[in-house]
Design a protein around this ligand. Structure first.
Ligand SMILES: [Zn+2]
Length: 256
């Protein structure tokens, strides 16, 4: 085993950070390794690992040209502008439903992307992403590439955001698949993992290409957290932006 020393700020970095009205993204966690979300969209940026996964999914579906990236990473200042503009143009009720307050938008993480069906009427805040054709196929396959539909219908009271069929969030593999299988939003998945970790020492997830063990561990407040990780073998680590770390250990090789 190897011991990692993780500084407190590491809690608000990684694929599984929860960012919403109650859990803002700290300013020092903004931005990262941002790259274009795809060919033909040089101004829409994503964290590199999210962009790579999106590219593989779009390649597999041959969806470039049919589905276009509309909005990816936004700076705090951009979110402030967008929020103020929406308040002016759409009023308070609409804005509260569809536009997150500055600091509370997932777009500031670089892990969220709004997509639109090409050729439809462009709408920056509510891009068209119908439940049919290529858009439906995208939604059906996205979990295998680490993406989830972040604001599903029926979960408005949990997420605090109206149903947004166009907004996808990268949470990584296999977390996206677990969330879809269990019908959990990110607001629900993290407490579920905490519960599983407390009662059973974590969650074992098996799929055709491999097996993973997922556990969530509390961070030390105000000091470095020491975390044991395997010497050999693959693992991923993410903060949860709620005072914990999600450690995912791959039990054997996987294709994701
Ligand atoms: Zn969005």
């Amino acid at each position: 085993m190897r011991v990692l020393h993780l500084p407190p700020c590491r809690v608000c970095r990684g694929d599984l950070i929860l960012v919403n009205g109650e859990h803002p993204l700290p300013r020092d966690a903004e931005g990262g390794d941002l790259v274009p979300a795809g060919p033909g969209a040089p101004d829409v940026l994503l964290e590199r690992r999210a962009a790579v996964s999106l590219g593989r999914l779009m390649d597999e579906l041959d969806a470039w040209g049919s589905i276009v990236p509309v909005s990816g990473w936004r700076s705090r200042e951009e979110q402030e502008r967008l929020y103020a503009q929406s308040l002016r143009e759409n009023g308070e009720e609409f804005t509260r439903q569809f536009v997150a307050r500055p600091g509370c938008s997932e777009h500031e993480t670089g892990l969220a992307i709004d997509l639109a069906l090409a050729g439809e009427e462009p709408d920056f805040i509510r891009p068209p992403f119908p439940d049919r054709g290529i858009c439906r196929r995208f939604r059906q396959r996205c979990a295998d590439f680490g993406f989830v539909l972040r604001y599903p219908a029926g979960k408005e009271t949990v997420t605090g955001i109206a149903h947004e069929p166009w907004h996808f969030r990268y949470v990584g593999v296999p977390h996206a698949a677990v969330m879809i299988q269990r019908g959990l939003t990110l607001e629900e998945y993290l407490p579920f993992l905490r519960d599983q970790s407390a009662r059973e020492g974590g969650l074992e997830y098996t799929w055709p290409e491999g097996r993973a063990h997922i556990v969530i561990l509390p961070a030390r407040a105000g000091a470095d957290t020491r975390l044991q990780v395997p010497e050999k073998g693959r693992y991923t680590l993410s903060g949860d932006n709620q005072g914990g770390f999600v450690l995912t250990e791959w039990r054997r090789d996987h294709a994701g």
